[in-house]
Design a protein around this ligand. Sequence first.
Ligand code: FAD
Length: 459
Amino acid sequence: MAERFDAIVIGCGQAGPSLCARLDAAGLATALIERDRLGGTCVNRGCIPTKAMIASARVAELARHALAYGVAIDVPVPVDMATVKSRKDGIVRQFTENLAKWIGSMPYVRLIHGHARFVSPHAVAIDGRTLEAERIFIDVGARPLVPDLAGVNDVSYLDSTSMLELNFAPEHLVVVGGSYVGLEFAQMFRRFGSRVTIVEKAGELAPREDADISGELRRILEGEGVVVRTAAECISLKKTRKGIAVGLQCAEGAPIAEGSHVLLAVGRAPNTDNLGLVEAGVETDARGYIPVDEELRTNVEGIWALGEVNARGAFTHTAYNDYEIVAANLFDGEHRRVSDRITTYALFTDPPLGRAGMGEEEARASGRKVLRATLPMSRVGRARAMSETQGFMKVFVDQDSREFLGAAVLGLAGDEVVHLVLDAMYGKVPWTTLQRAVHIHPTASEYIPTLLGHLEPLP
Ligand SMILES: Cc1cc2nc3c(=O)[nH]c(=O)nc-3n(C[C@H](O)[C@H](O)[C@H](O)COP(=O)(O)OP(=O)(O)OC[C@H]3O[C@@H](n4cnc5c(N)ncnc54)[C@H](O)[C@@H]3O)c2cc1C
């Protein structure tokens, strides 16, 4: 017989647990179903473990340059990857344990381990049980995409999940995919001591970014000894005596990048293939993502899709904001909309890139009169004091409304500094107000008012 709940949440990722807390507070009997570890991608296989390992990589890099700061450390600096991994595992464990305690403290929420599959619009099957509810929230996330490359089935490759389990640094890591995940791993493993080659299909790294950002990222990575091979139009994989050869072009005899290991970092695929969405009547798009309306409702009454699976954001903060939207609309009588969200994200290379709002192409295409200011990080006193002067800041404003359109900060604390502009965008604060704000000296944020003194029409 079916077990009845008021609500079912499928997936304990970034939206699920917080949503459960709201359902619980409302006294609604809720089943939270998770087939793997609590915390989803971010906690176990994404943001947290990568940032923990990036922290180790930064320490190694600083130690290598310690002499320049007057600190005597013997070089070369060896990295103990087993300790890097166990430190990372310990940090992840704290997150999952805290999450388990939190969920355990919710009296109306029952955590059920297993794979959920819809059998009808309001019923899901899990390990021979059937659960029913009027409201079902899908938060199943995504996984690394296995690309359709020639030879992909004949070689063993790493992905963003298995990379986190390595307790050694590959002798030569070839990273296929020069976007966010690939670039973070490339720099981190270069700093751990691997030779690293990035192979990217597009003409530049991070091809969704403005050309000046892509170019600077390339310069930064090449400066650390990462080899970058762009415009690889026809990528193939082949086992060799040394490891794996990554073909870059279709022509016979064309150059290859040969390494001991290969990481495939070419995108994500939604976890909707074995979810019974057809039985539920929930539509998906051509790539398997679930289309939603402004309030994150699917085409079926009583079924919502939150997080990466709805293709309205591929980040933890967007998944969490999805929870906020759904909870506010269900419980607080609000009508929050996903399009009220301003695009923002960071690339956690060192130095990091923080982005908010429009990039240059989008600003130009917006039909507005756009003003732009750009300044190198070498002008920032704090960056000079720290000998971390790579990168630049860039901001776009609307000449008529004086509102910010977007910003990019590639440089010291860029992932933090960009929030100044982001918050001004949410508050519709004119750039002239920020220009007069007095910031703390010496900080990287201090330079935003100065930057705004350099606005000029976008050529
Ligand atoms: C290497 C890497 C680094 C990243 N770094 C960052 C970063 O720095 N900042 C950032 O904002 N984002 C980052 N991300 C992206 C971020 O992790 C995801 O966008 C975020 O986790 C998405 O949350 P979610 O709730 O949509 O899904 P998830 O966190 O993936 O959670 C989905 C959960 O659903 C479960 N599930 C799936 N199907 C079923 C089923 N049928 N039954 C039961 N359970 C199911 C899964 O096991 C999983 O636990 C990174 C991603 C990767 C891969």
